[in-house]
Ligand binder design. Sequence first.
Ligand SMILES: [Zn+2]
Ligand SMILES: [Zn+2]
Ligand SMILES: [Zn+2]
Length: 244
Amino acid sequence: MSNGFVLKRFSWKEEPEKISVQHLQKQALRELYLYYELPEEVKEYPSMVDRIMDVLTFFPDDNQPFWFKVFCPLCGWMSRLMTVSAPDFITSMRGQYINTVCRILGIHLKRKHKIYTSYTRWLAPHVPMTFFKCKECGYETNSLIEMLSHYVHEHHIKNPEKIDVTPRDTRITDIEQLYNFVRRYEPTESLTAQRIYSVKCNVCGEAKDFRAACSVADFGNNHIRKCGKLDISVLVTRKIKVET
Ligand SMILES: [Zn+2]
Ligand SMILES: [Zn+2]
Ligand SMILES: [Zn+2]
């Protein structure tokens, strides 16, 4: 680390990015804020959990690819360099990794920020489950990620505009990007909280608003035929609650 900059690898990007710690913090807060708004069933998707893991950790050394630091989005704190360690009943590497990150970050959040109290319930003689209770409002959950995203969404971010929770305009110029776009947004869609996708074809200038990511794909495909190539820009709003 030098001058507050670190080299950061994201699971959804090929090249590492040189990024300031301040920006890293902003990005982590933004992901946590958006995560809290996801439907419950979507929060468990591996890809959604991975997005959070991505912003809570970083791997600073190419020569030690399994060693990482845990990052606190509330204050920019970083743990020492570490690798996975977890109780025996968690068998997958991925499970151990998530468990390690949550344990290290949990200790920090509890001591430094005092955002929650925790207690253990035994689901079976050797299977403890930790529950977290928000100190500000009493909200309870058995997931540290959920607890942290709750705290960020409800108590930490006073002005969502300031952390830019509205994703930027995305330019899509090939089919793979189009499918990746749909894959990223479709699982997060629900009837009770919707996004608006504002799409514009950069060739003919036609613009439209949609409520589903798959309609963006249809729009793109139509314009490949109509305009001879794919070149669209999409602006995605954050989720807005819909009365039912
Ligand atoms: Zn912190
Ligand atoms: Zn709370
Ligand atoms: Zn067009």
